[in-house]
Design a protein around this ligand. Structure first.
Ligand code: SF4
Length: 627
């Protein structure tokens, strides 16, 4: 019996071009679920912790189905390492089975651009800059690809040269195109047009203004697409960010300077007047105060300066002219914001904030499903997966996913290799915060860190709390500190230094939503423990309050969806740094008395095997002695 099952498995795995020799039991089940969803044209939501081999288990059946049924697979991920893994998976499939399929890896256009200095621009600014230089024929990399809107001979030759190496990592395409003086993005789009699998960022399919033109340029239809969304827990907040626009008095200051510099006298008057409007609206506001603003209030005030729509159009036009002289246009940012401000009220909120003498006004999206739902449900099948899609129902609701099969997998790693320990000895509750409390937290944390034999990551709800506790912290480990807004290089340097301490032990103190909370891998002996200090439930800001109200009306789950679950999602991501392979052994400590309260313990995944202890150092030592 066993033998025939194995043979059937092998046959089935070959049918889907599964590129690896062995398939794990849960991977097997995931492949079947993907196949079922594809056959029935359903969506699939998968909670699958690290180590399951999700990429191969979804890509292999999806690409095989796509080839047979003339579909296109979009593998969407925000992580650089995942782009790499997906490209290598396709490479393996082609190598092992001689699969005749093209794949393309496309990252954000800005990151593929070879124009000097373009990476320093903000995303919206870059889009405007690129459009302006293309329209004016001022980008030679572009004109070398498109000859009077036809594909140039030079570009065709470069694409032919690249085909034997397909699929290529974006870095390689960029280098190749740079040498040939071709725009890497345009070349990649031409290859993508012929590809059955496209590995790219969420942005291209979920940006409200980008998706239509992206698909049209590729000559693909959403109905014939299979979308695989990796790290899907981030998608709803990413989409809300993409649909949000804001400007501040600093933006206006830049716009005023720009108008002066380039001699746009009339625009200068309008911009100064808009600046006055913002200053007047925030006149009575205190530091850190936030208020809701009515759409009409701003529109009426702008109308007094000049007709709102004409003003927006004229600023847009001027911004294009400015961009032909320099890459970035503040006037363009103002125009983009004014255009967005007149958008719908439903599912959006308008907030004015005063912070450090800077006024910011924003038009914020509250509901990712208004953009995501149509795309996800129009595709042939959408597979959304992550190691922290808990509860699955929340992600289904927030993204507006219909007709979905939901699957939940447990961690494939031996449960005896991990200890999830709640330590209910302290709290970071706002009402309990004081120097005495920080001292108490530092005392318990020091004992926990000393008991962990090796490196530990410690996550706090905020930098303020981290610094307050750290000022009292005493332990034998070397303490390293995550700075606010670290660059990629700084982050790498600190992580490399941290790794060097694996034998003697260091503690890297960061924050829950900081640089090290997700997307880093410290396998084996590089990390022995993660400590989450407190529950990252801050006093809700205006946007969070609006989210809570909105989700309450729509789903009857305002606090859960807008406040509690997002906080848990972050700490579960932090906790996930600890065990990255079947050989890793480590402890995750949740240091706050609230973690034993039923309203919060329900937020942990079912396979968490939580223990609680008021003598954490003893339990941690016992755990490490037993493995
Ligand atoms: S066309 Fe290509 S090279 Fe030119 S600005 Fe745009 S992305 Fe950069």
């Amino acid at each position: 019996m066993k033998k025939s099952k194995k043979m059937l498995d092998k046959k089935r795995l070959e049918e889907i071009n599964f590129p690896y020799e062995e398939v794990r039991e849960v991977q097997d089940d995931l492949i079947l679920s993907v196949q079922n969803a594809l056959e029935k044209g359903k969506n699939l939501i998968v909670h699958a912790p690290t180590g399951l081999g999700k990429t191969a288990a979804t890509l292999a059946p999806a690409v095989s189905y796509a080839v047979k049924n003339k579909k296109t697979v979009f593998f969407l991920t925000s992580r650089h390492t995942q782009h790499f893994i997906a490209v290598d998976t396709i490479k393996e499939m082609k190598k092992k089975f001689g699969l005749k399929v093209l794949g393309t890896d496309i990252i954000g256009k800005k990151w593929m651009c070879v124009q000097p200095g373009s990476r320093l621009l903000r995303t919206g600014e870059f889009a405007d800059y690129c459009r302006a230089v293309r329209e004016e024929g001022k980008c030679e990399f572009y004109t070398n690809v498109r000859d009077n809107s036809k594909v140039s001979v030079r570009a065709k030759a470069a694409i032919d040269e690249l085909e034997p190496f397909n699929p290529m990592h974006t870095e390689d395409i960029i280098n190749h195109c740079k040498n040939k003086k071709l725009c890497p993005y345009e070349v990649s789009m031409l290859i993508a047009k012929k590809s059955s699998v496209i590995i790219t960022d969420y942005y291209y399919l979920f940006h409200p203004q980008i998706m239509q033109s992206f698909l049209a340029k590729l000559d693909k239809e959403i109905e014939d697409s299979i979308i695989i969304i990796d790290e899907g827990h981030n998608l709803h907040s990413r989409i809300r960010d993409l649909a949000t626009e804001k400007i501040s008095t600093n933006t206006l200051l830049g716009a005023v300077r720009e108008a002066k510099k380039y001699g746009y006298d009339e625009a200068l008057e309008w911009l100064v007047a808009i600046q006055d409007v913002l200053n007047e609206m925030s006149k009575s506001m205190k530091h850190n105060e936030e208020k809701l603003v009515d759409k009409k209030k701003l529109v009426d005030k702008i109308n007094k300066i000049r007709d709102y729509d004409s003003l927006t159009a004229e600023l847009s036009f001027i911004a294009d002219e400015v961009r032909s002289m320099k890459k970035r246009s503040y006037i363009g940012s103002v125009a983009r914001f004014l255009e967005a401000w007149k958008g719908p009220d439903h599912a959006f909120t308008r907030i004015i904030t005063m912070r450090d003498n800077v006024t910011t006004i924003s038009y914020r999206c509250l509901d990712a499903s208004i953009l995501a739902g149509d795309i996800i449900n129009s595709a042939h099948s959408t597979i959304i997966m992550s190691g922290t899609l808990t509860p699955i129902s929340m992600f289904r609701d927030l993204l507006g996913i219909e007709n979905a099969v939901e699957k939940k997998y447990e961690s494939p790693f031996p449960s005896q290799n991990r200890l999830n320990l709640i330590v209910p000895l302290t709290t970071t509750k706002y009402a309990a915060r004081s120097n005495a409390q920080y001292k108490e937290i530092a005392k318990v944390l020091g004992r926990i860190l000393d008991a962990i034999p090796g490196n530990a990551l410690v996550f706090f709800p905020s930098y303020f709390l981290r610094d307050s506790v750290n000022s009292f912290l005493e332990c034998r480990k070397t303490i390293m500190i995550e700075e606010n807004r670290m660059t990629k290089e700084d982050k790498k340097e600190l992580l490399d230094k941290f790794k060097e301490y694996k034998d003697v032990g260091a503690a890297l103190l960061g924050v829950v939503s900081g640089s090290f909370g997700e997307g880093i891998d410290l396998p084996g002996d590089l990390l022995k423990g993660v400590v989450i200090v407190g529950l990252p439930l801050q006093v809700p800001d205006m946007e969070t309050k609006q989210l809570i109200n909105y989700y309450d009306k729509k789903f009857g789950r305002g606090w859960d969806y807008g406040y509690v679950f997002p906080a848990f999602n972050k700490i579960l991501q932090n906790a996930g740094r600890c065990i990255r392979s079947s050989k890793d052994k480590g402890v995750v400590v949740f240091l706050d008395e609230r973690y034993v309260w039923p309203q919060y313990t329900r937020c942990f995944p079912e396979d968490s095997d939580l223990e609680a202890s008021k003598k954490p150092e003893e339990r941690i030592k016992e755990f490490f002695n037993s493995i």
